[in-house]
Ligand binder design. Structure first.
Ligand code: NAD
Length: 362
């Protein structure tokens, strides 16, 4: 397990400040010497229901980064559930470590025991660095887990539904920007062709878009390029390409002053969480440059809708039909933003916040 530099440790006041400014209810710090587990579970808001959000395993540079990530991600889950009309609150967990080297059955089961101590206030699921198998280990220790394999009665990998939501959100963005939602012949850059990115490339290719793909994993790039006849572009030069749509489907923070300045696209619509490095600053920069930014927590909600279906015994078709509604909500947000001269991110946050606040006083 990675050793974390002392100077970069958070202190309790920073954490409480962060919780206060973002509105968190509770944080659980988990540590187990035997398995090497170091995890943080953040519960942002349970007004609408139990806090549901995936577990991310990542080799954070330091503990501060892990705390910041879990605070931001769990807050995003509250808004994602609210704007998607789900009776769920927002939560998220991070495990500090390298998922390729440090993850073991014992570690995942120990993590499951910690989740269980919260008695259902937090429900976990897969996120980056996790597989349905890991959720099986968690399931051995707690029933408060979703996204378990279909063979165990779960809904399995949520990524295909997430990709569908991103696709319809992208089409709605096209409708708003160009008056027509066809993506035929549009040049779309998909950054990150993992679980979600690959299915998104399929939807786009089926519709006749010209897809450019980018990933750190060259084998994946070559496989996907062969399957869908998409062009590969590697490295940082992707931000300088002549494209219509940029779809960030890797990690967050790729939309920032440097990339916004370089991007020549009309639309940003992708799956990655926290795409804006700094929410208010970067949403404003997109607005000023005339780029339609489809809020990530809205258009990547398909996976959450899918795991919500698992809790309520709905089927995949039900999840897809619910996810299809992202199209109308995306249009509603663009129109609200235009009418009020605010960013699309603020428009989406206002709608989500209103739903939570109304429930609080009801
Ligand atoms: P994944 O791990 O399967 O795929 C991510 C891909 O991005 C990998 O192929 C990886 O090599 C690539 N990548 C990582 N860093 C990169 C970089 N700097 N440049 C280019 N490529 C890079 O993850 P996923 O499940 O496809 O999720 C993708 C994103 O969507 C994540 O941010 C995730 O949090 C978000 N998301 C996923 C879901 C879901 O259902 N899986 C739901 C909501 C949000």
């Amino acid at each position: 397990m990675k050793t974390i530099k002392k100077s970069k440790k958070f202190n309790e006041f920073e954490v409480l400040d962060g919780m206060g400014s973002l509105g968190h209810e509770q944080i659980l710090f988990c540590q187990d010497k035997e398995t090497g587990l170091k995890a943080i579970i953040a519960i942002h808001d349970t007004t609408l229901g139990p806090a549901l959000g995936g577990t991310r395993m990542w080799n954070y540079e330091n503990e501060q980064d892990a705390v910041r990530d879990v605070l931001r991600l769990s807050r995003g889950m509250t808004f994602k559930a609210a704007i998607s009309g789900l009776s769920l609150g927002g939560g998220k967990a991070v495990i500090i470590g390298d998922s390729k080297k440090d993850k073991t059955e014992r570690l995942m089961r120990k993590f499951g025991q910690f989740v269980d101590t919260l008695g259902g206030k937090y429900i976990t699921a897969e996120d980056v660095g996790m597989t349905p198998k890991d959720m099986e280990y968690v399931r051995m220790e707690t029933k408060h887990v979703t996204g378990i394999p279909q063979s165990m009665g779960g809904s399995g990998d949520p990524s295909p539904v997430t990709a569908f939501g991103v696709y319809v959100g992208m089409k709605a963005s096209a409708k708003y920007k160009w008056g027509n939602d066809s993506l035929k012949n549009k040049i779309v850059l998909v950054q990150g062709v993992g679980h979600v990115g690959e299915t998104l490339v399929k939807y786009l290719s089926d519709e006749g878009a010209n897809v450019i793909i980018n990933d750190l994993d060259i084998n994946r790039l070559e496989n996907i390029s062969k399957k869908f006849n998409s062009e590969i572009v590697t490295g940082d030069s992707i931000y300088d390409l002549d494209i219509d749509i940029y779809a960030p489907c890797a990690l967050g923070g790729t939309v920032n002053p440097d990339t916004i300045n370089r991007l020549k696209c009309a639309i940003i619509a992708g799956a990655a969480n926290n795409q804006l490095e700094n929410e208010s600053r970067d949403a404003k920069l997109c607005l000023e440059k005339g780029i339609c930014y489809a809020p990530d927590f809205l258009i990547n909600a398909g996976g959450l809708i899918n795991v919500y279906s698992e809790i309520h015994n709905y089927d995949m078709n039900h999840a897809l039909n619910q996810t299809r509604k992202i199209y109308d909500t995306t249009l509603e947000i663009f129109r609200k933003a235009e009418l009020n001269n605010i960013t699309t991110n603020d428009a989406a946050l206002q709608i989500a916040n209103k739903i939570v606040q109304e429930k609080k006083i009801s």
